[in-house]
Every structure is written in structure tokens, then in C-alpha cells.
Ligand binder design. Structure first.
Ligand code: HAM
Length: 425
């Protein structure tokens, strides 16, 4: 098969202007809100030993069985590109031993899942997420949901639904599997091939099958909490009570189990009308991960940034986002003017003024077109003639008014105009 060398890999995208501005806003907002809650950034490698993922996410999950990019390094060791952020962060915090408790970490970065290409499913996508390390505590789970909702609100998302449920304690698993097995037995013939396999290997995974027929059967099942112990149910009740105290509206989805095996107690997913029923904006929950040499627990969530951007474009508030706006544009006429204007642009930028200049010696008409494209509020016109006269022409792009100033005066004016622009943005 021939590959086009100008195209990115299927399911992976280049990211540049103008969308990059929305991404940068999302990331800046995320970092600001994380600091309010005392979360610090962590950057782990994009590849890990495959076992880091199989041990935590679970051998029989779709992510591990079908979606990981796995390869051998030169020493014959199996590595995988990270399909999500939690496992790598757990590998990192396990190194802290008992001191890991209380760590509050966040991450923003690319993840890789070799999914069948379809709308909303990328092979390289990006997550922003948190992990708060520590023993089970409903208040910590609620704080994580509150933080997630704070980030979403600040980036301008509306119309979200948070669905919450519990995976119960590890000791509940056998009872839940047994209860589901007897409830699903009469429907076995109608399940998809994957789910018939899941019935034997990991019955819980049937609950998040994306096939419509399986989805219909799943809707008729009893809530998983029916098969759990009182302690697990009480934990969920406390989470719901505290969410009420913080006035965070959620919907209990008694069949939400999430597609990763490491969860215990609280799990949640956030939906948005722009994404349809199958795809979530974010997913999270409390987890307990046994890495072999160490076990780590905590609570966290991750949101897909591509999906946040889709949801924002759908919400009215997401429509009017800034793109590459340049407040001041310098237009030159003649070779000498171009060189002098380059010196002027450098002087302005060194004083914190965002300005644009065409260095290719294009026509004045083409340069004015660039200024308009950048929505410049002020254009500096300085040709060889102006250089000889020792003046600078400033053109106000709103009303077309022009003034002639000497160079030092023009610089002062541009610096203060540039500062006002920065304050406004
Ligand atoms: P997840 O539900 O697998 O959870 O992924 C979280 C979010 O990543 C999803 O809700 C979705 O927005 C985005 N996402 C996942 N796969 C894709 C894809 N192929 N294309 C585009 N976006 C995608 C986790 O990853 C857990 N580590 C979350 C977590 C953190 N739980 C506890 N701490």
C-alpha cells in the first residue's frame, strides 16, 4: 500500500491556526483552575512497558485487547504508546511509596488508541486529566467531580450531564458477575459475538458494549448495586449527598461501569449533546491499581480535548473565539524602509507589543490585506520617503484616520496602544 507523505496517519491530526487558539485557551483555563485546587502538573513518557497498562487497565478490556499500539524496542522489550494517562501516572507515583498519598497531579497530553476510524474516535487524541492519590473517601471523589465541572464551566461549556454510579468494592465483583450472568443468560443468543466472549471472560464489559442490540438488552438489566454489599451502597449515597451540598447536579446511571477494570466505588461519565449517546466528554472514578511491586489508589478523571472543542463549537459561547489577532501591523515601501521597519518591529516586540510585518517585500496592497486578515487596529506605514522625512504614518483601521508622527513619539503611542490591546484580550 502506498502512503501519502503529505497526510498525517489515519485517525491522527495536525493542529494549527486557527483551532490551536481554542486549544490554548482550554489549556490555559485548565492550568488556572488546577492551581486553585492545589493540583500540580506531571508529564510522564508517551510510551511505557506494556505491562504497566495490562496490569492496571485490565487484560480483557477493549483498550488493552484491541486498541494499544504495541511494539518491541531494540532490546526485545514490549512497549506500548499510552492509551490513557492514569496507568503511567500510577507507575510514577508508585515510586514515592507511602509518600504518594496526598499527591494531587494533573496532565495534558496526547494518548493513542488504534480505534476503528469514526466520528469522535481518534487514534491520537488528547486528554486533560487529574489524579488525586489517597485512600477511599467520598469527599475526595466529590471534589474531583467539582473540579471537573469547574473546568468545563470556565471554558464555556453548557448543557452537560454527569452520570454517576459505583463499581463497589473489589469483594463485590464476584457477586456482581454472578448476578449479571443469571440476568443475561436468557439473552445470550441475542448478544454480539464480542459480548458472548465477554460473558465468559469479563461480563461487566457487556454493559458498555457499543452495539445497539446489546445496548437494548443491557437497559433491561437490574442495577449493579443490587448485587453489592451495604458498604458500597452507603459510599455511593454519601457521594450523592455531598454532591448535593456543592449543588452539583448529577444523574445516577445504575448500569454505568466504565470500560477500564481498575475502578472501585465511584465512577462517572460526562455527556454533551454535541457528541451523541455513545461518546463521553469525560470519564473518571476511584481506582485501585496493583502494579505487582506496589499498589496505588486514588480518584481522577480525564476529558478528551478534541471532544471539548466539538462541544464548544456546538455551544453558542464557543462560537466567538479569538483567532490569530495581531493589533499592530507594519507596512513598508522600499528596501531601506523594510530594513528600518524590521528594527522598529524588534524594538516594539522587545517592549511587549504584538506586531506583524511582511518581510518578503510584497506590494503595499498585499501588506494591507495581511493587516486586515489579522484584524489589526492600527497600521504603521513607513516607506523610503517617510524614512527620509523622519516620520511614521499611523492609520487607525476603524475610521481610516491617518496621522504623521516622529519615530520616538510613534513608538510611545504604539507601546501604549499595544498594552491596552493586551489588557483587553
Ligand atoms: P476514558 O473514558 O477511557 O477514561 O477516556 C476519557 C476521555 O478521553 C473520554 O471521555 C473521551 O473524551 C476521550 N477519549 C477516549 N478515547 C478517545 C478517542 N479514541 N478519541 C477521542 N477521544 C477519546 C480514561 O482514559 C481514564 N484514564 C480516566 C480516569 C482518570 N479515570 C481515573 N482517572
Amino acid at each position: 500500500m502506498t502512503t501519502k507523505t503529505t497526510q498525517p496517519v489515519q485517525g491522527m491530526s495536525d493542529l494549527g491556526p486557527p483551532e490551536i487558539h481554542i486549544w490554548q485557551e482550554i489549556e490555559q483555563t485548565t492550568r488556572r483552575i488546577m492551581a486553585l485546587y492545589g493540583f500540580e502538573e506531571v508529564r510522564t513518557p508517551i510510551a511505557e512497558y506494556t505491562q504497566v497498562f495490562t496490569r492496571s487497565i485490565g487484560d480483557t478490556t477493549d483498550v488493552v485487547q484491541k486498541e494499544m499500539y504495541t511494539f518491541e524496542d531494540r532490546g526485545g522489550r514490549q512497549l506500548s504508546l499510552r492509551p490513557e494517562g492514569t496507568a503511567g501516572v500510577m507507575r510514577y507515583v508508585a515510586g514515592f511509596g507511602p509518600d504518594a498519598a496526598g499527591l494531587r497531579l494533573y496532565y495534558v497530553g496526547p494518548m493513542f488508541r488504534c480505534e476503528r476510524p469514526q466520528a469522535g474516535r481518534r487514534r491520537q487524541f488528547h486528554q486533560l486529566g487529574i489524579e488525586a492519590i489517597g485512600a477511599p473517601n467520598p469527599a475526595a471523589d466529590v471534589e474531583a467531580i467539582a473540579l471537573q465541572q469547574h473546568v468545563f464551566a470556565e471554558i464555556g461549556l453548557k448543557g452537560l450531564t454527569v452520570e454517576v454510579n459505583t463499581r463497589g468494592l473489589p469483594d463485590d465483583r464476584a457477586a456482581v458477575a454472578k448476578g449479571l450472568a443469571s440476568a443475561l443468560k436468557p439473552h445470550l443468543g441475542a448478544l454480539c459475538e464480542d459480548c458472548r466472549r465477554r460473558y465468559e471472560t469479563n461480563i461487566l464489559r457487556i454493559l458498555d458494549c457499543k452495539q445497539q442490540t446489546c445496548g437494548e438488552i443491557v437497559k433491561s438489566l437490574p442495577p449493579v448495586t443490587d448485587f453489592m454489599c451495604d458498604e458500597s451502597r452507603r459510599y455511593l449515597d454519601e457521594v450523592l449527598r455531598l454532591l448535593g451540598r456543592l449543588e452539583i447536579a448529577v444523574k445516577v446511571n445504575p448500569l454505568l461501569v466504565r470500560g477500564l477494570d481498575y475502578y472501585v466505588h465511584t465512577v462517572w461519565e460526562t455527556r454533551h449533546p454535541a457528541l451523541g449517546a455513545q461518546d463521553a466528554l469525560s470519564g473518571g472514578g476511584r481506582y485501585r491499581i496493583d502494579l505487582g511491586s506496589a499498589a496505588v489508589e486514588g480518584v481522577g478523571f480525564a476529558a478528551g480535548i478534541e471532544r471539548l472543542v466539538t462541544a464548544l463549537a456546538h455551544d453558542a459561547s464557543g462560537g466567538a473565539r479569538r483567532s490569530g489577532h495581531v493589533p499592530i501591523w507594519i507596512v513598508s515601501h522600499g528596501a531601506r524602509a523594510l530594513e528600518e521597519n524590521m528594527v522598529l518591529a524588534q524594538a516594539l516586540r522587545m517592549r511587549g507589543v504584538v506586531c506583524g510585518i511582511d518581510l518578503a517585500g510584497r506590494s503595499m496592497k498585499a501588506q494591507m490585506r495581511e493587516a486586515n486578515k489579522a484584524s489589526a487596529g492600527c497600521v504603521v506605514i513607513r516607506g523610503d520617503l517617510e524614512i527620509e522625512k523622519g516620520i511614521v504614518v499611523l492609520k487607525n483601521m476603524k475610521d481610516g484616520a491617518q496621522e504623521e508622527l516622529d519615530l520616538p513619539e510613534a513608538i510611545e503611542r504604539l507601546v501604549s496602544a499595544g498594552r491596552v490591546e493586551v489588557l483587553k484580550s
